[in-house]
Ligand binder design. Structure first.
Ligand SMILES: [Mn+2]
Length: 307
């Protein structure tokens, strides 16, 4: 019998912002500057103006390549620390927002969320991404860890990462849905297919509309779980809308479409938190991607304004 996770009403909760300033999961490591640029750009003040009681409660980072610490050790260390922070927030009933860094931070975020919900209480997750992020070291052409977090959370891959969730995987395949996929390799697609993970590609989004597939994803994440969240890799968006990302892929989601599909997600019962990753300020143009991070958080979290 899963423990019932019954968070207080959203408007009485604090939004805890945690940042994971690491690019060690990627070849281009400049996503590590993302959290600093967002913070200096006034993200907290903007959220507060929208009535979100946001507080920055932890700036985590990974050792840079120059320290000689290898990427797996750097990323797993960061993820372990991030997992502890997220676990505590979920156990308290606060909602959290994790800001990356490259998307390898998702291993820490969602392993911690699963622990915070308690043993035997499944986690649900909506994964918005141009990629599948479901490689294991044996299938990955690049070997970069930001291509592996979905596999790790399902219990496949480096033990230094899979073990962060505890004695069982952070996620069961039936409780995660990928949205926006359009760039992947055979090995990772085969893993997700074998596990029965629902993957919604851009062709299907074009056919059914983003609102409809987001509804389906939210149902997958919420059904039979004790709590659910969403992780957004900014590369899910079209590079015209979000140029400042780690690995741009053409023909992605529109900003307006994603903002509209996210509206109200945070008010659904069981919602525990959001993660936004892969903001690379070095490739941003006129702050458009930084602003979009705020737009996406507000759409997900903010209470609907009174009519
Ligand atoms: Mn990703």
């Amino acid at each position: 019998m899963p423990k019932q996770h019954s968070p207080p009403a959203l408007d009485s909760r604090t939004l805890t912002i945690l940042s994971a300033a690491s690019g060690r999961g990627a070849r281009d490591q400049r996503c590590r500057h993302g959290p600093r640029v967002l913070r200096q750009g006034g993200l907290i003040a903007r959220l507060r103006r929208q009535g979100i009681d946001a507080a920055w409660r932890g700036s985590l980072a990974a050792p840079s390549a120059e320290t000689g610490v290898e990427a797996l050790a750097a990323v797993s260390g960061l993820c372990r620390r991030l997992a502890r922070r997220v676990e505590a927030r979920v156990a308290e009933g606060d909602i959290f927002a994790v800001l990356g860094g490259d998307h390898a931070c998702a291993v820490g975020t969602w392993s911690g969320a699963a622990r915070g919900l308690g043993g035997g209480s499944p986690l649900g997750l909506i994964w918005v991404d141009a990629h599948m992020d479901a490689h294991v070291p044996e299938t990955s052409p690049s070997g970069t860890l930001h291509g592996m977090p979905v596999a790790c959370l399902l219990g496949h891959g480096n033990e230094a990462l899979t073990a962060i969730a505890g004695c069982r995987p952070a996620l069961r395949p039936e409780h995660i849905c990928l949205l926006g996929v359009r760039s992947f390799e055979d090995g990772e697609a085969a893993l997700l297919e074998r596990l029965g993970v629902r993957v919604v590609n851009m062709e299907e989004i074009g056919r059914r509309g983003l609102d409809a597939v987001m509804d389906e994803a939210a149902a997958i994440a919420a059904q039979g779980t004790a709590g659910f969240g969403i992780t957004i890799d900014l590369d899910a968006l079209d590079p015209m809308a979000a140029p400042g990302v780690g690995s741009p892929v053409g023909h992605g989601l529109s900003a307006d479409g994603l903002i509209s599909a996210l509206d109200g997600l945070g008010r659904r019962s069981g919602f525990i938190g959001v993660e936004i990753a892969e903001f690379n300020p070095a490739l941003d143009r006129d702050g458009v991607t930084a602003r979009l991070v705020g737009d996406l958080l507000i759409a997900t979290i903010a209470a609907r304004p009174p009519p």
